[in-house]
Design a protein around this ligand. Structure first.
Ligand SMILES: Nc1ncnc2c1ncn2[C@@H]1O[C@H](COP(=O)(O)OP(=O)(O)OP(=O)(O)O)[C@@H](O)[C@H]1O
Length: 218
């Protein structure tokens, strides 16, 4: 389980959130600028907070009082950004296996092939990111996020560039992935329908605070 208590002074308000994520899809829902991305980056270790902690399964990854900070690359948390952050000089396939230690072994190749199949991007495997569409890049980024067998997945607007039909399909697949992986997923969206479709629980965020929390019936 991920446990967080986060305080950070932002330009216009203070970010102040306390929450846990167990083996479920927790959605952060809120308007642009309310602090969603900043929160994911603090959890990933890509931004520092002013006060608080981030713990996962009893291990401390960040604690401002105890002066503990674990580097992002040592957290085994996978983050997918809004802008996908794919490597432009690498093929789709190499982007997906990037970050896996034994990228040449059979299991890795098999897993990458399965993800290519699952995300319907098999035909793109040798192309470079600039040659494929935004929606396709998003699917490659999703496959990469799931490739490294992380303990936790942080998804920042993972479906925002996709057509409605594909959003529905990938949304369902995200739910089935979460059930297969049995790890916490934290997903950011400002689409309420999507929050209800994908999430097990929704935290409504406004100006850096949780204003409401609701479970979702599926
Ligand atoms: N370095 C910084 N120091 C202080 N405040 C910042 C800094 N960078 C951004 N902010 C402020 O933090 C707030 C939260 O930004 P954040 O990107 O987390 O929002 P968001 O909810 O993810 O928005 P969006 O949905 O548009 O991506 C913004 O209001 C922004 O002005």
């Amino acid at each position: 389980m991920l446990s967080c208590n986060i305080f950070k002074k932002l330009f216009n308000f203070d970010l102040n959130l306390e929450f846990n994520v167990s083996n479920e899809i927790l959605v952060f829902f809120g308007p642009s600028g309310c602090g969603k991305t900043t929160t994911l980056k603090i959890i990933a270790g890509l931004k520092r907070m002013d006060k608080g902690y981030v713990c996962f399964d009893g291990k401390i990854f960040d604690d401002t009082d105890k002066k503990i900070f674990v580097k992002p690359q040592e957290r085994k948390f996978s983050m997918m950004f809004q802008d996908y952050a794919l490597f432009p000089h690498m093929s789709v396939f190499n982007n997906i296996i990037y970050g896996v230690k034994n990228s040449k072994d059979k299991e890795t190749i098999k897993r990458a092939e399965e993800l290519l199949e699952k995300f319907n991007i098999k035909h793109l495997r040798n192309l470079f990111p600039l040659k494929i569409s935004g929606g396709e890049r998003q699917r490659v980024a999703l496959a990469r996020a799931l490739m490294t067998e992380p303990n936790l997945i942080l998804l920042d607007e993972p479906l925002s560039a996709l057509d409605y039909e594909i959003r529905l399909k990938l949304g369902n697949e995200l739910r089935s992935f979460q059930k297969d992986f049995k790890i916490p997923f934290l997903l950011v969206t400002h689409d309420h329908e999507e929050a209800k479709r994908i999430g097990d629980r929704i935290l409504y965020i406004s100006s850096g605070k949780i204003i409401k929390e609701t479970p979702v019936e599926h």
